[in-house]
Design a protein around this ligand. Sequence first.
Ligand code: ADP
Ligand code: ZN
Length: 748
Amino acid sequence: MSDSPYAFVAVGRPVRGEFTYRVPEALRGVLLPGHRIKVPFGRGTALGFYLAPAPEPSAEVLGKLRPIVEVLEKEPALSADIVELVRFAAAHYRYPLGEALRATLPPGMTKADDAERDAKVDLLWWASAVPGAAVDSLARAPAQHATLSYLLAVGGRALVTEVAHAIPGAKENLKKLAARGFVTLESQEIVKGVHAGLEQERPRALTPEQEVAVAKLCAAVDTRAFAPHLLHGVTGSGKTEVYLRVVEHARSLGLGALVIVPEIALTPQLVGRFQSRFGGEVALLHSALKDRERLRAWQQLRRGEKRIAVGVRSAIWAPVPDLGVVVVDEEHDPSFKQEEKLRYHARDLAVVRGQRAKCLVVLGSATPSLETLENARKGRYETCTLEHRVDDRPMPTVALVDLRVERPRTQENHNTEPPVLSASMREAIAGTLDRGQQVILFLNRRGHATFLTCEVCGESRRCTECDVCLTHHLSSRRLQCHYCGRTEPVPDVCPACQGPLLKLGVGTERLEAEVADAFPHARVARLDRDAATNAETLTDLLARFARRELDVLVGTQMVAKGHDFPGVTLVCVVLADASLALPDFRAAERTFHLLTQVAGRAGRGKDAGRVLVQSYNPEVPSVACMLRNDYAGFSAGELARRKSLAWPPYTRLVALRIEGDERHTARVAQQVGKVMARHLPPSSHGVRLLGPAPAPITRIKGKTRWQLVLKGPSHAAMARVLDAVEAWLPEVPSSVKVVIDVDPVAML
Ligand code: ADP
Ligand code: ZN
């Protein structure tokens, strides 16, 4: 609290910098960092955030200072640690601080007129008959008599809405009965529960490996110091149980917990486990919440009524006081990166938050990202490993179907496109279905660009400078590198072995039809963005599969997430190469993660699991290592490749995306390139500029896209170039948007 007559304020508008305001007499000694305030801004008012007392400004400025209008709440909405976290994020990701602060708040708190008020709550009303109520004394009030008789007839307690269904006017009657002491009315907050079939009991004992991990992590909670840990556990090793025990330990010390997951709708099981273990202590934060539900959850956490936040990436801002642990499940997942506005990475911010809150941070995965692995190897993070599955269940056996040798054959009676499933894969599916077990078919067809692969040697064309796959452009009939812009003509045959070239590109929809056709008795469903358009259908589909009302699940990477379906004994990877050729330096890593994750869905119950992988490129490391279940081998090779080509984790990246109308975009991209080139530090500093080049997806929604990539040993080394670009940005015509993406994930 400060008596200073001047204040530093962040304004919740897209403007850079902090502003100084005058503090009116009445507000002196009241303001705390994180307070939402109303301030004059431009010709109107805006939501602002009080940051700190300011020194007396120069005489020239002093005359222009305007006063803060009012404080919108008693307790600051944002606690000091959240303000600090947002400050870090706004600076690191180059986003206006006030806008960033505003973005962390739930609806109902983001406007200058949003005064403090409680979120509306959905209530269920129960009516109970008071024991010994003398029904007969109601003879002169027949309506009330009927209502009470009904209530007694159904056992003395019922939902008001139910009674009202049976007896018209029951609501009013019940109120009158309550006033006369015949009935009591009580309300209950409606809390969405766990989807049937997804709850789980507490296991009797931990596995020896879980035991060790839990002991180590709990000890780290006890120190109340920043302690980042990697929990590297193979699929099915019981990582969730480790999180649960650690959170339990934190709670036993009175500390709060924050658990971040890639997508709630895709992880109903993890959510179910937290809810059945901790019940009313858990606040769920996900994108399907209604505004008032989000506000309610936020308020309950801020007031300490709920102490565990479980949510998607935006839960990184959840106001959990006294944090004991931050968990990031499936830390390798690309969805932790926000791809608009404040482009933060929730996993990276989880570490920063843990640092500020002085607590344990657990990054869990079966396939840790190379960034996290490198941090662990360098000793910046501690590591806990779970090398075995729960109950000594074996890892699934993995077998290859080499598509260069075994080509899927067209059935006699079909003369349409060639099928996607090989004979071996069909046989395996048939056998599994005959045994009454379940199958997952995975096909990642999220690639946008068609790519060329040699049918004989499996080689795809790559850029010699950047080592990313070249993208095939139908219109120009050229192959192009989307990092450096180099192009080459489309070859007629494979330049390496003269073999014929294949254009790859099939989708889940066609696959689903093929499966339904081949196995007419199987109950088949598809899981991808087109089929599961909202959280409800998604959860419903997963629950039906869990209850074994479906036999086959066909899907994109959505089927690869952390699902735990004990009935699945066969996982089919329909085309392991599908994501390999994306023009992204992380394509190999992504592919390896996806394949390993989806394989990990097999054999999680009492029956052993099997994985069949169809591939044209079985020798490339992402596929070869996956076939051997060799995470260590894959990452060692991939880290060496990244090092030699100076990609992360050995460098840091900043992408600049330039998007707009066709006329100006290319020109602006060239200008941005020039401004950056002028401000590049001497080459000895190791900062390099790639591009400008057209983005791999050259047009989205009618907008032309270009990009530049800045590479450097650290963000500090690149700061000057980026400052220069930012200072120049006001000159960009309004038809073109320039976005700075720090530590980019999506390179398309
Ligand atoms: P992961 O996330 O590591 O892939 P899960 O946390 O989903 O694995 O655990 C796999 C399965 O093993 C789940 O069904 C879980 O309930 C069960 N499980 C976990 N720990 C134990 C244990 N100690 N004893 C028995 N079953 C366990
Ligand atoms: Zn290149």
